[in-house]
Design a protein around this ligand. Structure first.
Ligand code: ADP
Length: 583
């Protein structure tokens, strides 16, 4: 790999160096040549002007004076150049290189022509007179605004050419030396640039091979490197989107989990908390992350469990009660070990409901046994009294037997209601919902209880507007609720009282009410009368079981409704419940 890429970088670099050096050399060479020529021309011009001054008086006096040739020869000796003086008609009257008679007419020489036009002229040309390439400079000799003659200086180009050659030689050597250095530097730079590229390529290659994909891309290493990078970036993108999806899933799971989750680091700092845990401890998720465990959960028992797990590197579990809501939480604490940076996972399972159900069940059993024991004890006492001789007293025996019958009826009623309650609670008897008119249910309930009410000296009144919409309900069950409520109203209202049954629509539900003018219920008891076996006034409600309202509440709640009581002692009570409207 290295060699191919090396040449790919090195050859163009070399080309660049070569072209630059060539350009610089050519430019310098021509610059020197131009300079030299310029200098030479100036020099010749100055000399020509000098000669013109010297010959001027003679030309004006006698253009063919031999003095002119003499001055030309003397001057040429001094300056070392060839000097020629040509008259306006082309005749040569002064010449430093050859005898005058050997010279032809010089009118045709371009520089002479130019000077005759009263201009200073320069020309490089091969001289047939001296047989070599010469540099000519010609200037006019002017008298009374007329060109009377031309002074021409000529220098051999050989010296300039020689100087130029020597210079070119030096430049060439300098270029070779500079080129050599440049090559060395280029090699060094190329290798330096290549070193990281090489390791990059090797890494990319390894990574691509690890992903199990065949290395793509033909051609040289840079292209393959490019291909490897492309493959890598595709993999990376894929992995990032996979990770994002995984994260999303994890977050959804965490968010929707009922159990609370906490992740705590070695120092006790909270790394992660899900919404269930945040809700359990009444803290915002954003504030909990980064806070310490004690700040987050505010519970010493949990911190102690964590301490124990940290010291013993063992999982811990326990139960804690969160006050003031009396929430029971089961805590399972697992050290996640080195792989997860020694973090700890805390899972909180809310046991409050289970605990409450357990307590209710316990209370229920003790209540039932208590409620059964009372009539059983009185039955036992009655039986004993009969055995101890009351049987011999027929009127007394009759009285005892009637009392026994009342107790047995009470027991039977209680057992029946208990069975009913447990059936409703366990959901064994599903609701038979149908679309029914609330007024119909109300009327049927009232009819069943009318006789009983009249016997107790009470008036039963119905208030049901005809436009009440229908409800979706199990009519028999709802009727049973009404019967229970009317039964209570009759029981707790003195003769002459009034019982009013009414229905009205309120938003998306219908509210049924049973109002009496009875003894009322003290505020403290109002909350509790719907509990099983609860009786507000035990002396007055002796024959009841305390289960009627409990059954009513279960039936109403099974319909998705709500039941409540309002009352004023000695004024009367109103029991109401709602049923959702048929949708
Ligand atoms: P029971 O009537 O069999 O005792 P309930 O569950 O029906 O049991 O009623 C619970 C208690 O609520 C009653 O013992 C009574 O103290 C009180 N109560 C219910 N209805 C009325 C009412 N209309 N007027 C006054 N007290 C009532």
């Amino acid at each position: 790999m290295r060699e191919r890429v090396f040449w790919r970088i090195f050859i163009p670099l070399m080309g660049l160096i070569f072209l630059t050096l060539l350009g610089v050399t050519l430019y310098l060479s021509s610059l020197f040549y131009q300079n030299n020529l310029q200098r030479m021309q100036t020099y010749l011009l100055q000399e020509a002007r000098l000669v013109r001054n010297l010959i001027m008086p003679f030309i004006l006096e006698d253009p063919e004076s031999p003095q002119i040739n003499q001055i030309v020869q003397d001057s040429a000796m001094l300056v070392g150049e060839r000097i020629t003086v040509v008259l306006a008609d082309g005749r040569v009257v002064g010449e430093s290189e050859k005898p005058l008679n050997q010279l032809e007419n010089h009118l045709s020489r371009p520089e002479v022509q130019e000077a005759l036009r009263n201009r200073e002229a320069t020309e490089i040309r091969f001289s047939t007179t001296v047989n070599e390439e010469m540099l000519y400079v010609a200037i006019p000799v002017v008298s009374q605004q007329r060109v009377v003659a031309v002074v021409r200086m000529a220098a051999s180009m050989q010296s300039i050419r020689r100087e130029q050659q020597a210079l070119n030689h030096s430049l060439f050597i300098a270029a070779i030396i500079a080129g050599g250095f440049a090559v060395l530097i280029a090699v060094w730079i190329t290798r330096r640039v290549l070193a990281p590229l090489e390791s990059l390529s090797a890494t990319a290659q390894q990574l691509t091979e690890r992903t199990g994909e065949p290395a793509r891309g033909e051609g040289d290493e840079i292209r393959r490197l490019q291909a490897a990078f492309q493959t890598m970036s595709e993999h990376l993108r894929e992995q990032v989107s996979q990770l994002r999806a995984e994260r999303q899933k994890l977050q959804t799971v965490l968010r929707n989990m009922r159990d609370g989750i906490l992740l705590v680091d070695e120092t006790g700092k909270i790394l992660l908390i899900n919404s269930a845990a945040a809700e359990m401890f009444g803290i915002e998720e954003s504030r909990a992350v980064g806070a310490s465990l004690i700040e987050g959960v505010r519970h010493h028992a949990i911190v102690e469990l964590w301490e124990r797990a940290r010291q013993g590197h063992t999982p811990q579990d326990g139960e804690v009660e969160i006050l003031p809501e009396h929430r029971f939480l089961q805590v399972v604490l697992t050290p996640l070990g080195r792989e997860s940076e020694n973090a700890f996972l805390l899972v909180f399972h809310d046991l409050t409901r289970e605990r409450r159900v357990e307590r209710v069940r316990r209370d229920f059993v003790s209540n039932v046994s208590h409620e059964l024991r009372t009539p059983l004890a009185s039955l036992k006492a009655l039986v004993e009294t009969l055995q101890e001789g009351a049987l011999d007293d027929p009127p007394a025996a009759q009285r005892f037997l009637r009392q026994m019958e009342v107790e047995i009826d009470n027991l039977t009623q209680m057992v029946r209601e208990l069975l009913e309650l447990s059936r409703i609670e366990s959901g064994l008897v599903p609701l038979q919902r149908k679309v029914v008119s609330p007024c119909d249910i109300l009327r049927r309930g009232a009819e069943r209880m009318r006789l009983q009410a009249e016997r107790a000296g009470l008036t039963l009144q119905i208030d049901c507007p005809e436009d009440i919409p229908q409800v979706l309900a199990d009519a028999d069950r709802v009727e049973q609720v009404l019967v229970n409520l009317i039964h209570n109203a009759i029981k707790f209202t003195s003769p002459g009282g009034l019982i009013t049954l009414s229905v009205k629509q309120e938003g998306k539900s219908v509210t049924f009410s049973v109002r009496d003018t009875g003894i009322g219920i003290p505020p403290d008891d109002l909350e509790r009368i719907f509990e099983r076996f609860y009786k507000a006034d035990r002396s007055r409600s002796g024959e009841g079981t305390g289960l009627g309202l409990s059954i009513a509440r279960h039936i109403v709640e099974a319909h998705g409704g709500r039941i409540w009581a309002e009352s004023q002692v000695q004024q009367g009570s109103t029991f109401s419940f709602t049923l959702p409207l048929e949708r």
